[in-house]
Write a protein that binds this ligand. Sequence first.
Ligand code: SF4
Length: 348
Amino acid sequence: MRTRKAVALISGGLDSLLAARLIQQQGIQVEGINFFTGFCVEGHTHAIRNRDRSRVKRNNALWVAEQLGIKLHIIDIVDEYKDVVINPKHGYGANLNPCLDCKIFMVRKAHEWIQERDFDFIITGEVIGQRPKSQRKRCMPVVARESGADDLLLRPLCALNLPATRPEREGWVERAELRDFGGRSRKPQMALAREFGFEDYAQPAGGCCFLTDQSYSVKLQDLWDNRGSREYELDDIMLLKVGRHIRPSAAFKLIIAREEGETNFLSGYRHQFQTIKTVSHPGPLALVEGAQLDAAQIQLACAITARFCKGRDAESVELRFSDREQVAHSIHVKPLAADEIKQDWIIV
Ligand code: SF4
């Protein structure tokens, strides 16, 4: 009998690591797929911010693949994924997370992938009853059906709570070796990790993507509201992950770095935006999103930015405002007092 082949959806978290290992140890050849949507948490803000310096900088999906000793295919789905985020048929979760549609989309892509490469089935690390919404029991058959994968979709960590799939019925995998995990407790996964000898795995705090994050979702909604259309480009959604976002008027928004790492990151965008940088005092770089500012708007934008520099209590701060043509202007302002920054300007 030929060796059966499965593809595992690898997020970089513990669940997909364990699911893949459970199948791998049954003699199945496993390869991994990691989808890049642009909203991924891993390897972005953690890599930028100084306060996260103590965290290991690594791509957890690649790290998981290395632990498993499998090939990993990282697939860019940024453009195709937009429709999932903008028009989710099954709606959003608590924030702008279209989890059920997202899962259906990813499993559909994996199903197309296995058909093209003569693989036999698909594995995910889903566990019934765990966040997000797509992992509720009644959603499991919806993902299988609407993705087109049907019973070629195997969830090894909770398979014993679900009807047998084709890999189990055909004897490609031994059903008794699979698990019956359910609910929010992570203890069964941690115990299984110990059993497999995995110690240093990613502990995702609050999900694998920014769409489950409330403040991120508020910023994305603000972007759509101000554009008058629910569209985005990759740069837009990357910039929503970084800095303080302050919108003093419908005409413009400031993205103000919160620390040196963010200033360095934002400076990579300085040729695409109007920018503000403090000169007389150490302070952040700010990007200005919007049309060319008039004189009053420049004064206001600089006074807000000065509020976040070391000269916030000074009578006057000098800043450099660079316009759309990258022509620099020296601006002197008194920083806004904390109570002059209106609460409804602050997007997060
Ligand atoms: S958390 Fe993000 S990546 Fe995960 S299923 Fe939901 S929308 Fe998709």
